[in-house]
Design a protein around this ligand. Structure first.
Ligand code: FEO
Length: 394
């Protein structure tokens, strides 16, 4: 029989998740340069056993092998579903099939999702409300309503005696590297990237959840992706800033260029901002990693979008980026649009239409004919200084 690494993260609490080292894309949207993990946990009480979340499709046997190494999968009494997305919930039918008496424990909305996504019969579901508990015998699971992190049905589970919080996606990172937070050199950059990609649109719900757990004694945060936080204060502090939308004196410049004219404008803007003491992150959309852009959107105070005019509108890559910025809802306060056209403009108008409904104040927009002239360059420097001044005001 295959032997697995099944670490005991707290007294009779075992990691039974899997590492997906080679996955490179999530939700057909998010790049995974270091793969990811689907963390699941087995909590063994004196009388009952609970499995907290499951794994992505294709890893059912590995999950079963790990559970069987420390207990018996068919003895599981409760299968806690903190979140219904298939990367954590797809093995539910497999587990419920093996464990004929086990109940799926989830929120009211989660029950509906479990029926839709996993075909779980109603009689196998136990719905829990905020503050409800289940006693496993010396181990108490307490359920905390935490919706929209990252779907509407999400909840956290807190193991009272061991002071372990299982928040599913919240506090996660997409990396297969390491096991505990202190073993991953790039923990915060990876956590920030993940936050920008997944949690940033739900900042307000994240803040509410943080306020809700503020009174709990937490020794370990055991999320469902990436390292387990045995030093929880580090990630809690980072999440405090990110959910509050704290920004730095920083600009993210994203652009696409066809004949280098837009790039020349963007570079003049970047030079100006750097000269004004403003931090800069710059991405050419043709070869940029979306996760890096998401990471820098978390704390940038302004964005500069550069796009040529193509057939009367923005370049399609820039349209994609603008829509993404709108959807991810970063805490950006200011924006500038720079554009170059060959025979007729139109990109600025379209950029205005896409970004108009956001809270971003467009400080200025400049459209030039062909490569920027010396006068155009001067104008960009002026706009850059104006933007820097706004950024310094907060
Ligand atoms: Fe990791 Fe929203 O699933």
């Amino acid at each position: 029989m295959k032997r697995y690494n099944v670490p005991e993260i707290a007294d009779n609490v075992f990691w039974v998740g899997v590492k997906d080292w080679n996955r490179r894309m999530f939700d057909a949207l998010i790049p995974l340069p270091q793969g990811t993990t689907y963390n699941a946990y087995l909590v063994v009480g004196k009388e009952k056993t609970a499995l907290i979340d499951t794994v992505n499709p294709g890893f059912e046997q590995e999950l079963a092998g790990k559970v069987d190494q420390v207990a018996n999968l068919d003895d599981v009494d409760y299968l806690v579903m903190n979140h219904a997305e298939p990367d954590h919930a797809s093995a539910i039918p497999f587990v419920l099939n093996v464990t004929e008496g086990a109940k799926l424990v989830t929120t009211k909305k989660g029950a509906k999702m479990a029926q839709v996504y996993s075909g779980v019969p109603e009689e196998r579901i136990r719905i829990v409300a905020d503050g409800d508990t289940i006693d496993l015998g010396g181990k108490t699971l307490k359920f905390i309503d935490a919706p929209w992190l990252h779907w509407p049905e999400t909840m956290f589970t807190y193991l009272v005696e061991s002071k372990v919080l299982f928040p599913c996606d919240f506090f996660g990172s997409h990396t297969a590297a390491g096991f505990y937070d202190d073993e991953v050199e790039e923990l915060i950059p990876f956590a920030k990237r993940y936050y920008g990609e997944i949690m940033m649109p739900f900042n307000k719900m994240g803040k509410k959840a943080l306020d809700k757990i503020a009174g709990l004694e937490i020794e370990i945060i055991a999320p469902s992706h990436g390292p387990i936080h045995r030093n929880p204060e580090r990630i809690l502090e980072a999440y405090g800033k990110w959910t509050a939308g704290e920004t730095r004196e920083k600009v993210i410049l994203v652009y696409v260029t066809m004949w280098n004219s837009t790039e020349a404008m963007i570079k003049t803007m970047a030079e100006t901002l750097l000269g004004e003491g403003i931090e800069v992150a710059l991405y050419n959309l043709v070869n940029a990693d979306l996760g890096d852009i998401a990471k820098d959107l978390v704390d940038s105070r302004a964005i500069v979008l550069g796009t040529p005019t193509v057939l009367g509108g923005m370049h399609p890559q820039a349209i994609y980026a603008a829509h993404l910025v709108k959807a991810l809802r970063p805490p950006l306060k200011y924006g500038v649009v720079l554009s170059s056209y060959g025979w007729g403009g139109g990109a600025l108008k379209q950029a205005g239409e896409i970004l108009g409904p956001t809270k971003i104040e467009v400080v200025d927009a400049l459209e030039v004919h062909g490569p920027p002239t010396a006068d155009d360059e001067e104008r960009i420097v002026e706009i850059g200084k104006q933007l820097a001044s706004k950024i310094r005001q907060g």
